[in-house]
Design a protein around this ligand. Structure first.
Ligand code: ADP
Length: 493
C-alpha cells in the first residue's frame, strides 16, 4: 500500500447517504446528520437521522423476507456462495473501505486495513464455510423414539454496533447471523456509519436478497431504541457501553423478552511479573495494549499491574514508548496513532485525566490534547502511576489513551487487584513460570487471557466477557449459537 493511493481515495467526495431498506436505497422520513472527520474536521457527507417509522419499515421488510424463506430456505451451499462472494467484494474494495472508515472514525490507517476490511472479509469467509457444515443432532433417547434436534434460524436479528471498529464488529454479528439463515436490521453508530452503508451495497451486489440485510442509521436513543423495543425482533446483538446494554435489557423486558447478547467493554488488567521472559517486549506490549487506536478498543489493557521490584524500571520503559509514538493524521502511513473519535470522547478522556490527578495519581507522561492545528481531535498517550483500586481510573473504562499503573507484591495480590473490578473482558500475564501462567488464566475472572503477549485477533477464537463486560461471544463457531434456535422433534417409532 502506498501513501499516494490513500491520498487519492481520501480526496473523493462521498455522496449524501440514504437508508438501505428492503434492498432499496431510500431517504429517511426524519432529518440528516452531518458527518465530520475526527482526523481534520472535514465535513465528509451526511447520513440519514432515520425516524422510528423508518426503523419499523426496515423491521417489517426483514420480517417478511424471513417469513417467506427467500434466504432461510435456500440451500446452505447457496447461502455459502453468496457470503463468499461478499467476502471477495470486501477484499477487492479493501483500501477504499479502510480509507472511508478512517475518515469517518479516525483509526490509524495501517491498523484499519487489517482490522476492518481485512478482518471483515475473513469473518464472512469463515461463516460462509460453516453454512453447509453445521449439522443437527439425533438425541440418545429410548429405542422407541427418534429424537431430532434441528438447528433453525431465530428469525429477525437486530444488531447495534459501535464506532470504534464498525466493519470488524459488524461482520462478527452479521456473518454468523446471515450464515444461519436469519434476516438482519443493522443500526450503526452515529459516529461511524459509512463503511456499513457501503457494506450493504456490496451485500446486494453479492446477491443477498432484498430485505435480508437492512441498514438504518440515526440516533441510538431513537432508532436504536425502536429496534430494541420491537415485538418483531427475535434476538438483539450489541457491542457498546454498559449504560446502553442495561437499557437494551430493559427494552427487551418491556417488549417481547428477546434474547440480548451484550459485549460491553472492559478495564482489562495487564499483569507484569518480574520473571517475565523479556521485559522490553512486555513494555512494548503494555504500551501498544493501551495506545493502539488511541485506546478505543474494548479489550485494551488499561490497567497495568507491575510487580513492585521492577515497577520503576518497567514504567520508565513503557513511558519511553508512549513518548516516542507518532500521533498524527490517521490517513498518513507515518502516523502510529490516529485520532480520538469525537469531541465528546476527547472531553471525556480529559475529564478522566483531571479526576485521576484530583484523586492523587501521579502523571508520568501525556495528559494533554495535541495537534489542534490539524483541525481534528488528538491526545497524548498518557500514563498515571500510583493508581489505587478505588480510584475512578481503576474502575471505569476511559476508551482513550490513558493507562493507570498499580504495583503489587505477590501473585495473590495481583489476582485480587485484577478481579477488583466490575468488568471481566480480557487480561494478560507476563511470566516465565508455566505454573503461574496457568494459575493466572484460571484465577483472573475474564472472558479471555493473553500470556506473554497482548492481543490476538483470529476469528477462530471466541471473544466475550463475564461480569459487567457482557454475555455471549462473537467469533468462532460458538457465536453461531446466538443466531440459532434448537427445535426438537419426538417421533414415536
Ligand atoms: P459509546 O458511548 O461508545 O458511543 P454507546 O453504547 O452509546 O457507546 O453506543 C453504541 C451503539 O449503541 C451505537 O450504535 C448507539 O447509537 C447505540 N445506542 C446508544 N443509545 C442507545 C439506546 N438508548 N438504545 C439503543 N441503542 C443505543
Amino acid at each position: 500500500m502506498q501513501q499516494h493511493q490513500i491520498d487519492i481515495l481520501r480526496s473523493q467526495t462521498v455522496a449524501p447517504q440514504l437508508l438501505f431498506i428492503d434492498g432499496k436505497w431510500q431517504p429517511g422520513t426524519g432529518s440528516q446528520l452531518e458527518i465530520t472527520s475526527p482526523a481534520d474536521g472535514e465535513v465528509i457527507t451526511t447520513i440519514e437521522r432515520a425516524s422510528r417509522a423508518d426503523m419499523q419499515a426496515a423491521i417489517k421488510a426483514a420480517r417478511k423476507s424471513f417469513d417467506d424463506g427467500r434466504w432461510a430456505n435456500q440451500a446452505p451451499g447457496e447461502r455459502k456462495r453468496v457470503l463468499l462472494k461478499l467476502a471477495d467484494l470486501i477484499q477487492q474494495n479493501e483500501l477504499e473501505l479502510a480509507v472511508l472508515g478512517v475518515r469517518d472514525n479516525g483509526t490509524e490507517i495501517g491498523m484499519a486495513i487489517k482490522a476492518e476490511p481485512g478482518s471483515a472479509a475473513g469473518t464472512f469467509r469463515y461463516y460462509a464455510e460453516a453454512t453447509d457444515k453445521v449439522y443437527g443432532e439425533i438425541a440418545p433417547t429410548s429405542a422407541s423414539f427418534l429424537g431430532l434436534i434441528h438447528k433453525q434460524p431465530v428469525g429477525v436479528v437486530g444488531a447495534i454496533v459501535p464506532w470504534n471498529m464498525p466493519l470488524m464488529i459488524g461482520a462478527w454479528k452479521l456473518a454468523p447471523a446471515l450464515a444461519a439463515g436469519n434476516s438482519v436490521v443493522l443500526k450503526p453508530a452515529e459516529e461511524a456509519s459509512l463503511t456499513l452503508l457501503r457494506l450493504a451495497e456490496l451485500a446486494a451486489e453479492a446477491g443477498i436478497p432484498d430485505g435480508v440485510f437492512n441498514v438504518v442509521t440515526g440516533q441510538g436513543s431513537e432508532v436504536g431504541e425502536e429496534l430494541a423495543l420491537s415485538m418483531d425482533v427475535d434476538v438483539l446483538v450489541f457491542t457498546g457501553s454498559g449504560n446502553t446494554g442495561r437499557r437494551l435489557l430493559e427494552y427487551s423486558a418491556r417488549s417481547n423478552m428477546k434474547r440480548c447478547y451484550l459485549e460491553l467493554g472492559g478495564k482489562s488488567a495487564n499483569i507484569v511479573f518480574a520473571d517475565a521472559p523479556d521485559l522490553d517486549k512486555a513494555a512494548l506490549g503494555a504500551a501498544m495494549a493501551i495506545f493502539r487506536n488511541s485506546g478505543q478498543i474494548c479489550v485494551s489493557g488499561s490497567r497495568l499491574l507491575v510487580e513492585h521490584t521492577i515497577h520503576d524500571e518497567f514504567v520508565a520503559k513503557v513511558a519511553q514508548h508512549a513518548e516516542n509514538l507518532r500521533v498524527g493524521n490517521p490517513l498518513e502511513l507515518s502516523s502510529q496513532i490516529g485520532a480520538i473519535n469525537s469531541q465528546r470522547q476527547l472531553t471525556s478522556n480529559l475529564e478522566f485525566v483531571a479526576k485521576a490527578k484530583e484523586q492523587g495519581a501521579d502523571l508520568v507522561t501525556g495528559g494533554e490534547q495535541i495537534l489542534q492545528s490539524l483541525g481534528g481531535y488528538y491526545m497524548q498517550p498518557t500514563i498515571f502511576t500510583g493508581v489505587e483500586s478505588h480510584h475512578h481510573l481503576a474502575q471505569h473504562e476511559v476508551f482513550g489513551p490513558v493507562l493507570g499503573v498499580t504495583p503489587f507484591n505477590n501473585e495473590a495480590q495481583a489476582i485480587a487487584l485484577a478481579n477488583d473490578c466490575n468488568y471481566g473482558l480480557a487480561g494478560a500475564a507476563w511470566t516465565s513460570n508455566l505454573g503461574r501462567a496457568h494459575r493466572m488464566i484460571k484465577a483472573v475472572n475474564t472472558g479471555g487471557m493473553f500470556i506473554n503477549t497482548y492481543g490476538g485477533a483470529d476469528v477462530t477464537m471466541p471473544l466475550g466477557g463475564v461480569k459487567q463486560s457482557g454475555n455471549g461471544v462473537d467469533k468462532s463457531l460458538h457465536a453461531m449459537d446466538k443466531y440459532i434456535n434448537l427445535k426438537t422433534a419426538w417421533i414415536q417409532l
